[in-house]
Design a protein. Structure first.
Length: 892
């Protein structure tokens, strides 16, 4: 240990106060600028060169203890605003948006060590929304012409300007969501007042020696049968000689296995001419490789690679990264649909569209909860449409086994092509030279961030429209230059494609709003004119549902707003999509709800009916796609539009902003079970679904139909053999053509030991909703005649007895055995759509929480156990309610 006095003397000698600590201190060090002072340019000196000199008094400025935040994100972080207030009712409309129509500045002062001979300092941006001027120690080092685009990451050498004390200033310009290369929300939700302007990703300071290292790239070659043959890993990084003299570089790569043991290392010696850049490449054989699988199919072993650059026996630069050994490919099949394979197995993509926070706040813990919920509802993939977030997202996905489809967003500057220009009302100008340069910088940067991650399934270089040939080449070149190995797909739609990439094999034909359950089964043979139904790859589709339950509604709606929900079915609602959007009101959804289930008589009645609608709508979507996975024209994948929202929204989610789960969650969870049995609304067939690769044994399916009084109408048992990763029709439910009123259908899948693998109850009436396919619009297929569930009102009340066993629960530990509620239906009639909710002492929802099943229907006399794996503490009671079950609360 160095003597304390000596340390302070050294610090003083360097002209730094004794307390100050340099941001970086050693070659290869990298650190984010940790916090900011920020202020509107309307209240600071106009001379930015002056403002970016050290010693400025910024006491009157705003301060935030965060390395990255948009202006609104900074104000939320430092407590000036609260999201619970901003998001309450239509409060945002009354907000002072005007303050963000002028540029703002972010500023920080930090220390650096004295640059010795052969030492260099760099400033690295990772994207600033949407453009910025950068000033360092009184000099402008970049302008907004160059430092542009929310994903435009650049590296600036600051060695000659660096001193012991440094000041850095960033002037950010107001973002125009539709006109800039930003992170926008199209019509998903109201815009943040600042349109996401600001330093939304870290700005890093980096120190190197004479040779700097570029982004690491790790390519994996794992021949089939995967895991049984050696894999080869190619590690590559660019070396740049920063000196005016020739430099001899010693480069070393080390690979470690998932438990940290050495796999191997290799050295190279490279001579670099003045200012020369060269790629340094290492190959490493991995014997008996441990294979990375998506969670549903296996484990997630992560290897690591480290590269060290040394000059004259001293570290010059260093970098390391984890990677996984796996192979992802895709083909466009004979139907022009994309089919992915993972480690040689055909892989049905089931997932959701991701909603980034409205203020672009990143929260690793929150994202981890999102992934837990995704897995719980059977998802294996998340689609980020232009919301590439932070590097931590990919680290979490790698670790937990979630696939990621990243890509650019639609409907704004990112897709300003001549062939879709007349479609927008207020179209952003078609790309000019500078736009191509911004797009290139954006792709180069994102490719570098994403390339090493085993969780990457694909990059979509377009969303609703494909990029033109010039942009496509820029994107593909940048991805390839980064060592890209997984599929690059032209767009998320079938509207056209660039020659370089060919057809996308993705369909984007809706729906985005309510459609009845038979929609997904009405596949018309080869799928012609059947839009979103269960064939091919639906890149964003769903019945639009996701109605929050009461505990959540109270957090963001007034009493009057809540009354609107059930008394004003056609009214535009602030917590739906934007007011110029097709999805601003719930009129289409409510028309179906009123016609099928009857006019609501109270908010509680509306919410009960809404959850019935949401459950039925999502279950059928996932069952449809799962059932037709092995069809003549396979359903190769689907992404739910959308799984989670940017704020408390009344639609388009699998769970609400507060993590309360309801109909759309448990409908999806049921519909995408790994081993499952599903009812085909169109043909009355029973589909046996198997998403697993290894669950073994004979299976039996019991089919029971009862009427509203509980009387058995039919009962059959189907014995069947099974195939991995396959779905098939195993029989037909008889007697459904003569239904009077409403009947309940229960499908139970059991294994040889009699263990129930899937239990699934439907409510059915005569016929199905009549779809008007010929009048399909981009957002839905209208219904000309609704089915009538009104006989449900004849259902007699049922008595359900609940008992709670909380003994196995470890509070606060996710995934541990939780509270089990045993429900027994003591009546002779079915107990319909019974749900459980954990609440705390004050009656507030305890979230997040995962129930094994919920919103269940019990046969007369039937007993069901539902277990809550509890993540949040504080649960004191369970609330129970059902369509014909009196609401009750049981203390734990
Ligand atoms: C938003 O609404 C709540 C409840 O009415 C109120 O207390 C709060 O002050 C409002 N906040 C803003 C920023 O308007
Ligand atoms: C936000 O973006 C929208 C769409 O481009 C634009 O109309 C609006 O003026 C922007 N707001 C600000 C504060 O710049
Ligand atoms: C080093 O190379 C870069 C890129 O080729 C060039 O822009 C720069 O001027 C060169 N610097 C020197 C000192 O030669
Ligand atoms: C697939 O797409 C190509 C290119 O658009 C088209 O020529 C071909 O007819 C399509 N095939 C089918 C089966 O739709
Ligand atoms: C894209 O950027 C990379 C890295 O700066 C550069 O090498 C390449 O030439 C650029 N491509 C185009 C088309 O400008
Ligand atoms: C629609 O929303 C915008 C942006 O919040 C607002 O300026 C406008 O007044 C709203 N229009 C209506 C009709 O509510
Ligand atoms: C799913 O496939 C596996 C692997 O062969 C098999 O063991 C299992 O029984 C199948 N399950 C069903 C429901 O078909
Ligand atoms: C489409 O809907 C309209 C009513 O909105 C109806 O008149 C027309 O017949 C429908 N078209 C078809 C082809 O069914
Ligand atoms: C392990 C296994 O049997 N995988 C099968 C998954 O299903 C596809 C067809 O859908 C088969 O080709 C695979 O062999």
């Amino acid at each position: 240990m160095m003597h304390k006095t000596l340390l302070s003397l050294l610090a003083l000698a360097a002209g730094v106060s004794a307390n100050a600590k340099p941001l970086v201190n050693g070659n290869g060090d990298k650190a984010a600028i940790p916090n900011w002072d920020f202020q509107s340019t309307s209240s600071v000196d106009k001379d930015l060169a002056k403002l970016s000199k050290t010693g400025l008094n910024t006491k009157s400025w705003n301060h935030v203890d965060a390395s990255a935040c948009t202006l609104m994100g900074c104000f939320l972080k430092n407590g000036k605003y609260k999201d619970s207030d901003l998001w309450f009712s239509d409060n945002l409309t009354k907000f002072n948006w005007g303050q963000f129509t002028v540029p703002w500045v972010y500023r920080n002062e930090f220390q650096l060590p004295k640059a010795g001979k052969g030492q260099h300092f760099f400033l690295e941006t990772n994207g600033i929304s949407s453009k910025a001027d950068l000033y360092f120690n009184g000099k402008q080092i970049a302008d907004a012409e160059f430092q542009a685009g929310a994903y435009g990451g650049h590296t600036y050498e600051i060695t000659d300007l660096a001193a012991a004390n440094n000041a850095f200033l960033v002037r950010v310009y107001p973002t125009q969501y539709l006109f800039d290369f930003a992170v926008g929300f199209v019509d998903w939700n109201p815009y943040s007042p600042d349109n996401g302007t600001g330093i939304w990703r870290d700005i890093n300071i980096k120190q190197t020696g004479s040779v700097a290292m570029g982004t690491l790239s790790i390519a994996v070659d794992a021949p089939f049968p995967i895991g049984q043959k050696d894999a080869t890993v190619t590690i590559r990084a660019k070396a740049t000689n920063l000196e005016k003299t020739t430099v001899k570089l010693a480069a070393k790569a080390t690979v470690s296995d998932p438990s940290g043991g050495a796999v191997g290392s290799s050295d190279q010696s490279i001579t670099l001419a003045p200012n020369e850049s060269k790629y340094v490449e290492f190959k490493q054989t991995v014997k008996n490789p441990k294979i990375w699988w998506p969670k549903e199919w296996g484990a997630q072993p992560l290897y690591s690679a480290k590269v060290d650059f040394s000059v004259n026996n001293a570290v010059s630069d260093t970098a390391s990264s984890k990677f996984g050994i796996r192979t992802v490919t895709s083909v466009v099949n004979s139907h022009n649909d994309t089919m992915f394979t993972v480690n040689g197995q055909p892989f049905q993509v089931r997932g959701g569209g991701y909603g980034a926070d409205m203020f672009l706040r990143w929260d690793s813990a929150r994202f981890t909860k999102i992934v837990q919920y995704m897995f719980d509802i059977g998802y294996n993939t998340i689609r980020l449409e232009g919301k590439m977030e932070q590097p931590e997202l990919y680290e979490i996905a790698d670790k937990l086994g979630l696939f990621v489809i990243a890509g650019w967003e639609c409907c704004d500057k990112w897709e300003a092509w001549d062939y879709n220009h007349d479609l927008a009302l207020d179209p952003p100008p078609i790309w000019d030279e500078r736009d191509y340069a911004i797009a290139n910088a954006s792709m180069v940067h994102e490719a570098g961030v994403l390339q090493t991650h085993p969780s990457m399934l694909s990059y979509f270089v377009g969303s609703d429209y494909w990029p033109n040939d010039r942009a496509t080449k820029i994107y593909v070149d940048a991805l390839k230059a980064a060592g890209w190995q997984v599929p690059i797909i032209a767009s998320a739609a079938k509207r056209g494609f660039p020659a370089l990439l060919g057809p996308s094999g993705m369909k984007m034909d809706g729906p985005y709003d309510w459609v009845p359950p038979n929609y997904w089964y009405d596949i018309n043979g080869d799928g012609t004119n059947r839009y979103g139904s269960s064939f091919g790859f639906g890149s964003e589709l769903g019945p639009g549902v996701g109605t929050p339950e009461l505990g959540s509604l109270k957090k963001f709606l007034t009493k009057a707003d809540m009354d609107d929900l059930w008394t004003n079915p056609d009214k535009g609602l602030y917590h739906m999509s934007n007011n110029d959007s097709q999805f601003y009101d719930r009129s289409g959804y409510n028309a179906a709800l009123y016609a099928r289930l009857g006019k609501p008589t109270s908010l509680d009645d509306y919410l009960m009916k809404a959850q019935l609608m949401d459950y039925e709508a999502t279950r059928s979507e996932y069952e449809g796609y799962s059932s037709f996975w092995s069809a003549a024209r396979p359903a190769t994948g689907l992404i739910y539009w959308m799984q989670n929202n940017a704020w408390p929204s009344l639609h388009w989610n699998n769970w609400d902003y507060y993590f309360r789960t309801a109909g759309s969650y448990y409908g999806t969870k049921t519909g995408s079970r790994t081993e499952h049995v599903a009812y085909d609304y169109v043909t009355h067939e029973v589909h046996l679904i198997n998403h697993s690769l290894d669950k073994k044994g004979a299976r039996s399916i019991k089919v029971d139909v009862i009427d509203l009084t509980g009387k058995s109408l039919s009962s059959q048992t189907i014995a069947t053999s099974t195939d991995p990763n396959t779905s098939k029709s195993v029989g037909k439910v008889s007697g459904l053509d003569t239904i009077k009123d409403v009947v309940f259908l229960r499908l139970t899948l059991t294994n040889q030991g009699g263990k129930t693998l899937s239990r699934n109850v439907y409510w059915l009436t005569q016929g199905v909703d009549a779809l008007d396919w010929d009048n399909t619009t981009w957002w839905w297929t209208p219904v000309t005649k609704f089915i009538d569930y009104s006989a449900l009102t004849k259902l007699q009340p049922a008595t359900v007895v609940a008992s709670i066993d909380a003994s196995g629960c470890k509070p606060g530990v996710p995934g541990t055995k939780g509270k089990t509620v045993t429900l027994v239906n003591k009546s002779t009639v079915p107990a319909f759509f019974v749900s459980l909710n954990l609440v705390d002492a004050s009656g507030a929802d305890v979230v997040p929480v995962v129930w094994t099943d919920n919103y269940v229907t019990l046969w007369p006399g039937e007993k069901i156990k539902l277990t809550a794996s509890q993540w949040a503490d504080g649960a004191k009671a369970v609330e129970i309610k059902g369509y014909n079950v009196k609401a009750a609360k049981i203390s734990i």
